[in-house]
Structures are given as structure tokens and as C-alpha cells.
Design a protein around this ligand. Structure first.
Ligand code: HEC
Length: 132
């Protein structure tokens, strides 16, 4: 009896691990909370990140519209998306986001996102950057 239960528990654990790889990321449930917690203090329509770049992260439309120079999210290609490159530290330090270097315009006031948060955003872009 007990081993049967154990078998079932490990079956479900395996199921969740396998599904985790393919899980569809949701903009509303997974991505937006990260932006609201770590970005909009500087990137809504009245704050300094917006003033400097024209980039608001306050809703889906604004995120997809990008900066005054154009889009920073290229659907299905995180590696072409400035937004991903800045949070993953793959750009020059002045534009790492949130700014956590003294060389940035907003001098070292931010804390980098966790590896998990960076991966959530990367997957969301690679899965098509949908408003889901
Ligand atoms: C402390 C304020 C601040 C926070 C927090 C912040 N930013 Fe920024 N962001 C800026 C400023 C200022 C700029 C203008 C570029 C610069 O720093 O030189 C900018 C520019 C950008 C750009 C445009 C980069 C380019 O040159 O094309 C992107 C993309 C961006 N931020 C994304 C984010 C994301 C995503 C977050 C949250 C994870 C975030 N930012 C958090 C201040 C901030």
C-alpha cells in the first residue's frame, strides 16, 4: 500500500518536471508581476527611465511598443530582444537593467533580477511574446 502511494507520488513529481520544461509562460501571471515589481518605478509614463528612453513597462502594449528608437522585444527571439539582453547582462554595463552599476544613468540603484526571473522573461519572448 505504502509503496503504491510512493510510486504515485514519484510519478506525479516526474510529470511536473517534464511539463515544467514545456510550460507556457503567461504575460499576465508570470511576466507582468516582475515588470511591476522591478521596472515600472522608473519605466512608467512619468519616471526617469521613461524620460531617458521613452520606454514604459506598465502594460503589454507599451512593452511591445518599445523605446523611442523602436521595439525592444522581438517575438520568438530573445537573443535579438534588447529587453532580454539588458536584464541578462549581455549589453554594456551602462544599460544593464535594472541599473546596478555606477556607470548607468540611474547609478546603481537597482538589484539584478534572479536567474529564474530572467529565464521566465526569456521563455515568454521565445514562446512568441504573447498577451496571454
Ligand atoms: C532605477 C531606475 C530604473 C529601473 C528600476 C529600470 N530601468 Fe530601464 N532604464 C532606466 C534608464 C535611466 C534608462 C535609459 C538608459 C540609460 O540608463 O542610459 C533605461 C533604459 C531601458 C531600456 C532601453 C535600453 C536601450 O538603450 O535601448 C530597456 C530595454 C530597459 N530600460 C528595461 C528595463 C527593465 C526590463 C527593467 C526591470 C527589470 C528596468 N529597465 C528597470 C532606468 C531604470
Amino acid at each position: 500500500m505504502a509503496s503504491d502511494k510512493l510510486y504515485r507520488i514519484s510519478f506525479f513529481a516526474l510529470f511536473f518536471v517534464l511539463c515544467g520544461c514545456e510550460r507556457q509562460i503567461s504575460f499576465a501571471d508570470d511576466v507582468q508581476p516582475i515588470f511591476l515589481a522591478s521596472c515600472v518605478e522608473c519605466h512608467d509614463n512619468s519616471a526617469e527611465g521613461y524620460a531617458a528612453s521613452g520606454f514604459s513597462l506598465s502594460d503589454y502594449e507599451s512593452v511591445m511598443k518599445g523605446t523611442k528608437f523602436g521595439p525592444v522585444v522581438i517575438a520568438s527571439s530573445s537573443i535579438s530582444s534588447t529587453l532580454y539582453l539588458t536584464i541578462a547582462g549581455k549589453t554594456s554595463p551602462e544599460i544593464h537593467m535594472p541599473p546596478h552599476h555606477d556607470s548607468a544613468l540611474a547609478a546603481g540603484r537597482g538589484t539584478p533580477l534572479s536567474q529564474h526571473q530572467i529565464e521566465v522573461i526569456q521563455k515568454w519572448i521565445d514562446q512568441g511574446a504573447q498577451n496571454n
